[in-house]
Ligand binder design. Structure first.
Ligand SMILES: NC(=O)c1ccc[n+]([C@@H]2O[C@H](COP(=O)([O-])OP(=O)(O)OC[C@H]3O[C@@H](n4cnc5c(N)ncnc54)[C@H](OP(=O)(O)O)[C@@H]3O)[C@@H](O)[C@H]2O)c1
Length: 324
C-alpha cells in the first residue's frame, strides 16, 4: 500500500520551448530536479540560482553531458541577506529580455533560534518567507512584461509545505496590536517545532494575497508542496529529527525526479491555481485563511511584506503594481 499518493508522469506534450526560467536552490534536491525537467522539455534559457554557484556542482554534470542543454547562467543568491542588500534586479536577469517562469524553491528547515547576520531577523522566517516574498516582488515586472510581449501567461511558483496544516498561530495568536514580523522575530514566540511550518504558512498567505493583486491572465502565482522527498532538507535539523526523518524519507519519500514533477505542474497549471496552495497537483484550501484570525493576519503579512520590499528597493512595489 502506498503511504503517499502516486504522482503521475508529466504529459509528453509538455514543452517549454522558447521560454526562459529561473529556478532557485538549483544546486541539488528538488531545484536541480525541476531544472532538469525543464531542460528535458526544451526550455530555451535557464538561470540556476544557488548560494555558491561557483562550487563544483555548477554547471552540473547532468547539464554538461546533455548535447541539447540550453544556455544556462548561474546566479548567486543568498536568502539570508537583509532585503535591503538585494539588488533591485539581479545582474544576470538584466541580461535576459524575457522571463516566463520562476520557481522559488530554495528553503531550509531548522529548529535553532538564529538571527541572520545582516537583517537580524530569525533565519527560517527570513530564508523561507521574507526573502522569497521580496524576490517575487522584484521579478513580477519582468514576468508581467514578458507575458504582454509574448501574449502567453507567465508563471511564478513558491515551494511550500503541507506542514502548514499544523502551525503555532492558532494556539499563540499574533495580538491585534503587534506586527506579525515583530512577533515572529521575538524569541519569546519562537516555537522550534513549528517554525518551519509557520514560515511556510506566511508564504501561503503571501501567495494568497498576491493572487488578489496580480492579473492571472498575465502571471499565475501559486504555492506548491511536493510531498515528502529524499533530499538534504533535514541537514540543519537536530540529530533526533534526522534519526526519525532519515529512515522515513528512505522508506516513504519520493525521488527528486518525482517530487519535482509537482513543481513543473505548478508552473504549467491554469488560473484555478492562482493564489492557491497545491498539494502535489491538487488545490488545497486552508481553513485558517477563511477564519477572521487568519484573514487579519494575512492582511498584516501583505502590508508588512510590501513595506519590507519597499525598504529593500524603493519604488519596487510601485513597479510591481502591488499597491493596495
Ligand atoms: N524534501 C521535502 O520533503 C520537502 C517537502 C516539502 C517542501 N520542501 C521544500 O522544497 C524546497 C527545496 O528543498 P529540498 O527538499 O530540495 O532540500 P535541499 O536539497 O536542502 O534544497 C534546498 C535548497 O535551498 C537552498 N538554500 C537553503 N538556504 C538558502 C539560503 N539561505 N540562501 C540561498 N539558498 C538556500 C539550498 O542551498 P545549499 O545546498 O547551498 O544550502 C538548496 O539548494 C524547500 O523550500 C523545502 O522547504 C521539501
Amino acid at each position: 500500500m502506498a503511504i503517499i499518493p502516486v504522482v503521475p508522469p508529466l504529459p509528453d506534450s509538455l514543452s517549454f520551448a522558447g521560454k526562459s526560467a529561473v529556478v532557485t536552490g538549483a544546486n541539488g534536491g528538488l531545484g536541480l530536479a525541476a531544472a532538469l525537467h525543464l531542460v528535458q522539455r526544451n526550455i530555451a534559457t535557464i538561470i540556476l540560482a544557488a548560494k555558491r554557484p561557483e562550487t563544483p556542482y555548477s554547471p552540473t554534470p547532468s547539464f554538461k553531458s546533455s548535447p541539447t542543454s540550453p544556455p544556462s547562467s548561474f546566479m548567486s543568491l543568498t536568502l539570508h541577506a537583509h532585503p535591503r542588500s538585494h539588488p533591485s534586479r539581479p545582474k544576470v536577469l538584466a541580461e535576459i529580455p524575457t522571463l516566463n517562469i520562476v520557481i522559488l524553491n530554495a528553503g531550509m528547515g531548522s529548529m535553532d533560534w538564529k538571527l541572520t547576520p545582516e537583517a537580524e531577523t530569525e533565519e527560517v522566517f527570513q530564508v523561507n518567507f521574507l526573502s522569497n516574498a521580496i524576490l517575487s516582488v522584484r521579478l513580477l515586472p519582468l514576468l508581467r512584461s514578458s507575458a504582454e510581449s509574448s501574449c502567453e501567461t507567465s508563471h511564478l511558483s513558491i515551494v511550500g509545505s503541507r506542514a502548514i496544516v499544523v502551525h503555532s498561530f492558532t494556539k499563540q495568536p499574533v495580538p491585534d496590536t503587534s506586527s506579525v514580523f515583530a512577533f515572529v522575530n521575538d524569541r519569546a514566540h519562537f516555537r522550534a517545532l513549528m517554525r518551519y511550518s509557520d514560515s511556510k504558512l506566511l508564504v501561503s498567505m503571501w501567495v494568497h494575497e498576491l493572487g488578489k493583486h496580480v492579473d492571472p491572465s498575465l502571471v499565475i502565482v501559486n504555492n506548491v508542496c511536493p510531498g515528502m522527498v529524499k533530499t538534504n532538507i533535514d541537514v540543519n535539523q537536530p540529530w533526533w529529527v534526522r534519526r526519525i526523518m532519515g529512515p522515513l524519507r528512505w522508506l516513504a519519500g519520493r525521488s527528486t525526479e518525482v517530487g519535482a514533477r509537482t513543481l513543473i505542474n505548478a508552473i504549467s497549471a491554469g488560473k484555478e491555481t492562482h493564489g492557491e496552495m497545491l498539494f502535489d497537483f491538487t488545490v488545497w484550501r486552508n481553513k485558517f485563511l477563511e477564519k477572521e484570525q487568519g484573514q487579519k493576519m494575512e492582511k498584516k503579512v501583505w502590508k508588512e511584506t510590501l513595506a519590507a520590499a519597499e525598504t529593500s528597493a524603493p519604488g519596487s512595489v510601485e513597479e510591481a503594481k502591488l499597491r493596495d
